[in-house]
Design a binder for this molecule. Sequence first.
Ligand code: 1HN
Length: 357
Amino acid sequence: MTLDDLYARLAAANLRPLWTITEQLLTPSPRPKAVPWLWPGAAMRPLAEEAIRLVPVERGGERRVLSLANPGLGGKPYVAGTLWGALQALGPHESAPAHRHSPGAIRFVLEGEGVWTTVNGDACDMGPGDLVLTPGWAWHDHTNAGDAPMFWFDGLDLPMIEALDAVFFEPYPELRQPVGGPHNASESLRNRGPTFAEGQVGDALDPAPSPLLVYRWADTDAELTRLAAGNDDAVTSLEFTNPESGASVLPTLGCGMHRIVPGRATLPVRRSGNSVYVVYRGEGHSVMGGRRFDWRAGDMFAAPSWVPVEHHARTQADLFSIGDAPVHRALGIYREQTLAEPQAVTSTFAIEEGTAP
Ligand code: 1HN
């Protein structure tokens, strides 16, 4: 057999010799396809309002959701390789039908009142700044009993669960599941909590989701205030934790809140794993991979794995974040590195890039 024969026979046998593979498999560090990107609230909000006017929430589509489609991902509706991020809009007196799926989800409320998400029979009231969990395989539906629309951020581990070939979905037989008793039962049944880790969760791993389903903004705000009083840092960060185990709120998703002092900036940090930030309050900018992204309340931005990220606040700013770090920790592959110097800014993200049709 000649070498050429060998290659021909290997190809015919669906075998590829490693020494001929030209794409770099073992990169020195992660090379996510997703790019740092920002979706301005000013662009999303009017489109979400038009969607309320023009598109009913029905079975099939199930939700009125505008997914953040990272331009690095070739048209996929994913904000980063492992994460789904979206703006969801629920109009007055609408319900989004009950279903369940193996991917887990979190909601972070931007605006509105009179809405609840029912999670396995527990109606969780939603208000601005609240974090609501719908763990994997929990039945959930959303109801707006008020006269105003509600807007929230949805974060899901869907692309990660898809990569694991583990997506399951089931519609509930009725439009809405019955509510089992008084609203917000998970809050009254809790042993203690809500609980938070300063910075981020370290070692605690828990394959179970948090039994507490709602983290109220008043509690988050009070904890940020308490933690910030104890340091001189540019940023005070907390991670929402499972009150039973101290682990992340979902086994696949960590949720955090970051309060940045006006006029101050963080050093650049790079982390393995993808993150998405939602600007809850304030104005400032972040530099990601040498590119400047200006932001204000309602904006959302993607920070892909290992891209250096630094935040600068013009006014006091509160950034909500989700990330897949719990999975990296569980697998023993988590890494982070703080760089000694701010990044040189080589370009600025133009808001038009986020608004162009
Ligand atoms: C979903 O179930 C919700 O329950 C939101 O509100 C976004 C994106 C993909 C798949 C399921 C929700 C979703 C989703």
